[in-house]
Design a protein around this ligand. Structure first.
Ligand SMILES: Nc1ncnc2c1ncn2[C@@H]1O[C@H](COP(=O)(O)OP(=O)(O)OP(=O)(O)O)[C@@H](O)[C@H]1O
Ligand SMILES: [Mg+2]
Length: 273
């Protein structure tokens, strides 16, 4: 009888023992979890990927996705810009022009995709031409939210920007903002840009801006950048316009350089007069 009670007590205690503590139960060992990306890697990979069509890129003269004869002038420009900005410790570049239709957006998009081919470097492109945004049209995208919503902190950058490859983020709008000058002058805009830069740590932030001589928006924003690239268009931009534009920019930021767009080799010397 005593033996029987001892056997029952042992069986009870075996039943109440935790799973895996013996008694022939199989122990399921969790598989080691492969560590996911952390920090900036996770933030960048968290941005939704943009699907680019070769047809759209070709149509809008974006030629820097792959290295080619066509990409070479942009690649040289990219390298010069990077070197100069790194030497000066600059990270924010405005792309502007004296007058519209000079090639600002074409240049900014080509620069961004060319930078994307530089491994280990991260670039951001912002369409800050808030009166007439066009980067979305160049990439043929319909973003769910506008840059204005990011700058007013109604939408997080992570839910607005799209990623090209691993290392290029593009923030673009397909709607005109109601009051661009107020947005561009606002301290909140400064704070939001600082916070995006702090979190994502891009090597370079490119801002596609309106033309200088058509309104106040570019002047209003230039305090937020380290330097500006001026795009002049051969046969279209007059030297006097360029001169005024350069002086105005120099009052607010550093003039990094000038691109003479659409210049044909062998063209008459008075193409840019
Ligand atoms: N080097 C070039 N050769 C031929 N066409 C060009 C060249 N650069 C730009 N274009 C074309 O000129 C037009 C204006 O270019 P883009 O939109 O880049 O200029 P923009 O300065 O950004 O204009 P906006 O002031 O309207 O923003 C576009 O149709 C573009 O494809
Ligand atoms: Mg443009």
């Amino acid at each position: 009888m005593e033996k029987l009670q001892a056997a029952l007590a042992k069986a009870r205690s075996d039943r109440s023992a935790p799973r895996g503590a013996g008694g022939g139960l199989k122990v399921r060992v969790p598989r080691p979890v492969r560590p996911g990306p952390t920090g900036q890697d996770a933030l960048w990979q968290g941005l939704p990927a943009m699907r680019l069509s070769d047809r759209a890129l070709a149509k809008h003269r974006i030629v820097t996705r792959e290295a080619s004869d066509d990409s070479t002038p942009f690649d040289i420009m990219r390298t010069k810009i990077l070197l100069q900005m790194q030497q000066n410790g600059w990270s924010r570049l405005a792309v502007t022009s004296p007058m519209p239709q000079s090639g600002k957006t074409t240049t900014a998009c080509n620069l961004a995709l060319g930078l994307g081919r530089q491994n280990g470097l991260r670039a951001m492109l912002f369409d800050f031409d808030l009166n007439d945004p066009s980067v979305h049209a160049f990439f043929e995208q319909t973003p769910d939210h506008t840059i204005g919503e990011v700058l007013s902190q109604d939408v997080d950058f992570a839910d607005q920007a799209l990623r090209i490859g691993d290392n290029v983020a593009v923030s673009m709008s397909n709607r005109v903002e109601d009051d661009p000058t107020r947005i561009l002058l606002s301290e909140k805009t400064e704070d939001v840009l600082d916070s995006i830069q702090d979190r994502y740590k891009p090597d370079i932030m490119i801002f596609d801006l309106p033309s200088v001589l058509v309104g106040d928006n570019t002047r209003a924003f230039l305090k937020n950048v380290d330097c500006a690239l001026i795009i002049a268009r051969a046969n279209t931009t007059r030297y006097a316009q360029f001169d005024t534009c350069e002086r105005e920019i120099a009052e607010h930021t550093n003039v990094l350089g000038v691109v003479l767009n659409a210049f044909r080799h062998g063209a008459a010397q008075n193409d840019f007069e």
